[in-house]
Structure formats: C-alpha cells, structure tokens
Design a protein around this ligand. Structure first.
Ligand code: LLP
Length: 421
C-alpha cells in the first residue's frame, strides 16, 4: 500500500496516525503529505532531465489542486503553473510562481482574464495557449490596446483517440479543445492576428488519466510535424499533462513509469523535430494528477449502517460534494478502514447527499464498520477539493497538510454555517 500502512492495527498515511489526527480535527477532511508531493514532483522533473529533455519546465496543472500551501511547496521546487482562469492565475502568483513560468490554457478565457494576464509586469506569461481563432483575435486586440506583445502558443488538436473515460478525453475534433492543423497554418499567413502577438510555442493535451501512451506518441508526432510546418522560431514545445495513476490494483501493471514516459517524449521529439530543425525549443509539461493524486487521502467517519435485505449500506459523513470522481466518472478509489480487521462484509459506502450516485464504492469487501469508525478514500489529492461544491448546502471540508517534519497544519478551514451565505 506504499504510503498507507497499518501499525498496531491502525492506519498510517505517510507515517502519520490517522486516528490521532481525527481526534483533533472534525471529519470529513483531506489530508495531504508534503513528502509525497515533493517526491512526485522531483521524480517527474528529474525524469525529464535524465531523459535529456531540453530545459524542461514543469507547469503544475492548478485545476487538479489549487490549495495555496501545496502550490507554494511546488513553487519552491521550481514548478510553473498551467492555469485556466483568472482565479488560478492570481493563486499561482500569490503562491510564488513567476509569470514567465505560467501557461494560460482553456477555451473560454474572458477579456477581463486576458487583460489581467497581459498587464502583468516584466515579460508576462510564458504563453497564452490559444484554443480558437477568435481567441487569438481578442488577445491581439487587447495587447494592442495595452501596448504589449502577447506570447502565443497554439494548442493543436491532433485528432487522436486516447484510451480514457470519454469525459476526460480532449484530443479529437469532436472535442472543443485545440485547433486543427489547417486552422493554425491559416492564421500564420494573416497579418491581422499578429500586430501585437507572436507565436512562441505549440502545445498538445489529449486527455487525462492516460495509462496507455500510444495516442500520446501519435499526438507528439503530430505536434512536431505542425511545429516544423509553421516554420516559426518557436521557443518551446508543450507536451501537456495527462499521465495517469493506478487508482485500482489492476492498473498497477499498466502504469507508465516516469522514465518510460520521458523516454517516449525524448525519442519522439528527437526523431520528428530536433533532427529536422535548427531550433532547440525547450519542453514544457502540464502534469496535475501524477503530481498530486497520491499525495492526498480523504478521511471520513461512519455515521450509521442500513440494511435493505441483501443491500448493506454504510453511510459516511463525506459526500459527492466533497469528492466527485466516483459519482461523475464512475471512478474507482480504494476504501480502507482505519482500524485493521478481517474483511467480512460486502457493502456500499454511501454519503449523505440526496443522489443515488453519491456512492464511493459498491459491493466492497470490508470489515464490519460501526458508527464512529473511520474509513479513508485513497488517492484523492487530485480533482478532489478542487471539484467540490456546497451541494445540499454542505460546508466545504477541512484540508490538512503533514509537512516534512510531520507537523500538521490546517491549510484550509472547514466551512461552517456562517460561511454558507
Ligand atoms: N493541461 C490541460 C490543458 C488540461 O486540460 C489538463 C486537465 C491538464 C493539463 C492536466 O491533466 P492531468 O495531468 O491532471 O491529467 N476532473 C477529471 C480530470 C479533468 C482533467 C482536465 N484537464 C478527473 O477527475 O479525472
């Protein structure tokens, strides 16, 4: 179980005793480990260096977990940020990420957000990762008004089909993301787009939770082909994010290792770009899940049991408003009791929300769980708190961080009734 182990029959996360923490803090809560977060970031960035990639820039995908304390840790390690809103831009800057390490993705950037980004001091953002021609037009216009030059990166839609859940697949032309090659090329010959903009890079991001890298390789080849065709002095190739994690034990044998992933990128870029060009663009990454998913767990308390003939429900105090992935994508997350005991019952672990999909796991074989017992949902550091809501007018949960010295810090207070205005 790696970072989750029983000691004296009590579950520990990154060597911290969960029962002890839950005595001091009200459930449900997210608990993160600085040590795991740091290890994940370093293995990613060191992997890129070890594969010989040119001047790699890791832009953490803030949407996966924008908690300021966590982003501060990554900023200190040298991380940049992949952002998709003015809110994420503000957060990234506050956490200490310099503007020149920020890429601004997203199909729906507003004029206000574009102006906010263009007004930043110094060189400004690393790039606006542009997803439509109208967006390019607007950015150029805003830059003109502000007397700036916008750094543009085109997000290519490479028209590939990765193996992942259809809701998080983004690399085909039926998806709203990225621009087709011909549309990218057509803008280059038209001066009206470029009076206050310059093309500095190309990017690709074909989806999330990718365990099979065949489509990734294809997308990179397409990225290189288009980069060569633009015949522009681009400064970087942005290979996106998407590298998956093993949520289910059956996924462990499929999990791409960081060195394998980096090797695929290095060899593909070498064969299809560097060997054919005088340019040496740096490589930009946008990982989210691989950095933060395994750095967090979600701790819940059992409220009560309910037996409806053959259906045994264990009702917990965390709900789909706190952690949405199982209800939204039917995603599997391991459920682990905090007190070690023999698994004896198949049950459904459900939350208090008035939706049948408010279920963290069906037919899970678990020990008997009584009111007051604790249970954790594993691998919830990514797309957990960030996708949460106040649905059913429930307060957002607490976020706790175990730092490198095993000191526990509240990094986001739980909301109470007075916050629910
Ligand atoms: N770059 C772009 C442009 C993206 O849209 C995303 C994720 C990433 C990078 C980071 O992808 P990652 O390395 O984390 O896979 N809520 C879903 C995931 C949505 C991903 C959206 N975009 C989930 O819980 O599975």
């Amino acid at each position: 179980m790696n970072d989750l182990n029983y000691k004296n029959k009590k579950l520990q996360f990154a060597k911290a005793d969960i029962l002890t923490i839950a005595k001091k803090h009200k459930t449900p809560f997210f608990l993160y480990s600085e040590k795991i977060l740091t290890q994940n970031y370093l293995s990613f960035s060191n992997g890129a260096l070890a594969a010989g990639l040119i001047d790699p820039l890791i832009c953490f995908a803030m949407k996966s977990n924008p908690n300021k304390e966590l982003v501060k840790i990554l900023a200190k390690l040298g991380s940049g940020a992949d952002i998709v809103s003015g809110g994420e831009l503000k957060r990234a800057l506050e956490a200490g990420i310099p503007a020149e390490k920020i890429v601004f993705s997203g199909v729906g950037k507003t004029e206000e957000e574009i102006i906010f980004a263009l007004k930043l001091k110094g060189k400004g953002l690393n790039s606006f990762n542009v997803e439509s021609i109208e967006e390019l037009e607007l950015i150029n216009l805003c830059a003109k008004k502000l007397k700036r030059t916008a750094r543009i990166c085109f997000r290519l839609n490479p028209v590939v089909k990765p193996k992942t859940h259809k809701f998080i697949s983004t690399g085909n032309k039926t998806h709203k993301f990225g621009l087709l090659e011909k549309d990218i090329i057509s803008t280059l010959g038209d001066k009206k787009y470029w009076s206050h903009s310059s093309l500095v890079g190309l990017s690709v991001h074909i989806g999330s939770q990718l365990l099979d890298l065949k489509a990734t390789k294809k997308a990179l080849e397409r990225l290189c082909e288009v980069a060569l065709k633009t015949n522009m002095p681009i400064e970087f190739l942005d290979v996106g994010g998407g590298l998956g994690v093993d949520y289910h034990p059956n996924e462990t044998h499929k999990l791409p290792r960081i060195d394998t992933y980096m090797e695929i990128i290095a060899t593909t870029l070498e064969k299809h770009f560097y060997s054919k060009s005088k340019l040496k663009p740096r490589v930009v990454f946008e990982p989210g899940r691989r950095i933060v998913a395994k750095a967090g767990i979600f701790v819940m308390k059992v409220l009560r049991n309910k037996i409806s003939e053959e259906n045994h429900f264990v009702i917990v105090d965390g709900g789909m408003n706190d952690f949405m992935r199982p209800s939204l994508y039917d995603a599997y997350h391991a459920l682990i009791p905090v007190k070690e005991a023999k698994a004896s019952k198949e049950c459904h672990i459900v939350g208090p929300i008035c939706e049948t999909s408010d279920c963290f796991g069906s037919n899970r074989l678990l020990p008997e769980l009584k009111s007051g017992d604790l249970i954790i949902l594993k691998d919830t550091g990514a797309y957990g708190y960030s996708m949460g809501s106040n649905y059913n007018l429930r307060g957002r949960p607490l976020e706790l961080l175990m730092d490198q010295n095993k000191k526990l810090k509240v990094i986001n207070k739980a909301q109470d009734y007075s916050d629910l205005t």
